[in-house]
Design a protein around this ligand. Sequence first.
Ligand SMILES: Nc1ncnc2c1ncn2[C@@H]1O[C@H](COP(=O)(O)OP(=O)(O)OP(=O)(O)O)[C@@H](O)[C@H]1O
Ligand SMILES: [Mg+2]
Length: 399
Amino acid sequence: MSRTKEMSDKTVPMAGLNLDFSESPVIYDFIQSKNFVQGIMGPVGSGKSYGCAAKIFIKAVQQKPSPIDNVRYSRWAIVRNSYPMLKTTTIKTWLDLFPEGTFGPMLWTPPITHHIRLPAREGAAGIDCEVIFLALDQPKDVRKLLSLELTGAWVNEARELPKAVIDGLTHRVGRYPTKRDGGATWHGIWMDTNPMDDDHWWHRMAEKEKMTGAYAWKFFKQPGGVVPVDVENLPDMPEANDHIFASGKWWKVNPKAENIHNLPPGYYQQMLLGTFDYLKTLGLRAQPTASNDFKVRREASAAPMQRLITGKPGLIVNRDCKLLRKALAGGYHFKRVAVGAGQERFRDAPNKNEHSHIGDSFGYLMLGGGEYNRMTRTHQLGGRPMGQSSASTDFDVFA
Ligand SMILES: Nc1ncnc2c1ncn2[C@@H]1O[C@H](COP(=O)(O)OP(=O)(O)OP(=O)(O)O)[C@@H](O)[C@H]1O
Ligand SMILES: [Mg+2]
């Protein structure tokens, strides 16, 4: 990727395209990455799809030309969880960057394909870049994916897909072009995603069990879109100074957030107000959680169960909360896994089943209902427990 002094050092000059990543340094580093599997996580609108789509063409241009006809051959898959999402978002981003008027027509009969052919001319090698769009809710597309001979693949919104899909893809890349045409100069997979729960495979691989070695997966993380602001750090007239009060906290746009200038003005501010305001219209008073760490949520759920208040259990669940009672009576649990030689272990994350969302919600409810304050204040009190308080249990939680 060449750079010139006149240009920003994060500009990618390329035939027919003017790619500028000076607003998005993490995306730029991600695009440069040569790791076999790479992932980027970031907030909504941070330029992930744009960067991932651009990377296809950047890699196609970097492919060594075939010794036979001086053409740079490459073939890529773009994978999404569902066909509607593929069409409404992934392909839309692709065509914004590579319009049919300039890069040739798309083939809309499945599998949807954009075959870009730029002939060799005046000594410059030609480009033959085939891009195949696949949605994994289409059995035909899944069969196709597992039989493709690819150079590489982009997995869009990877948190929506099981890790097995990425594992399967690793066997399909690096197979095109063939040795006859010089082989693939680089091959591999890149993925993008919005943030996920901390019990997700991505979180585990990026934060807890990092791979090592030549084929280690590499994970990049963009800065968040907004950051909370402590009251003592607020400017005079905060609202007039781009600070927003939402759900009991002050916020401002993260000065390190990427891609802001390519978004409509007030994008994150509106979103911040939007989510909580929308919940308010449904009669739900939502507030940001103190922590989404599973261990913290688990402790917050367990603590009231181990407490007695004037001789009565610290937690009483109304009989009408049938699903919650089922979840707490064992439905929400760790998964038992065989580890060989007849041995078993428990996973350190809850088993995803029909009880897990309810169990997770209960943890958040307890955190916001005072358990987080209790946990952190007990710590501040040097381990001495806080005084007990009792609430009337004779009320309708849904009133
Ligand atoms: N480097 C760039 N140069 C110019 N425009 C960009 C750049 N990166 C992103 N954009 C524009 O910013 C907008 C948001 O980008 P994009 O859709 O790639 O974000 P995203 O992180 O994939 O969002 P989401 O989380 O919603 O999937 C789009 O209109 C896109 O065209
Ligand atoms: Mg996107």
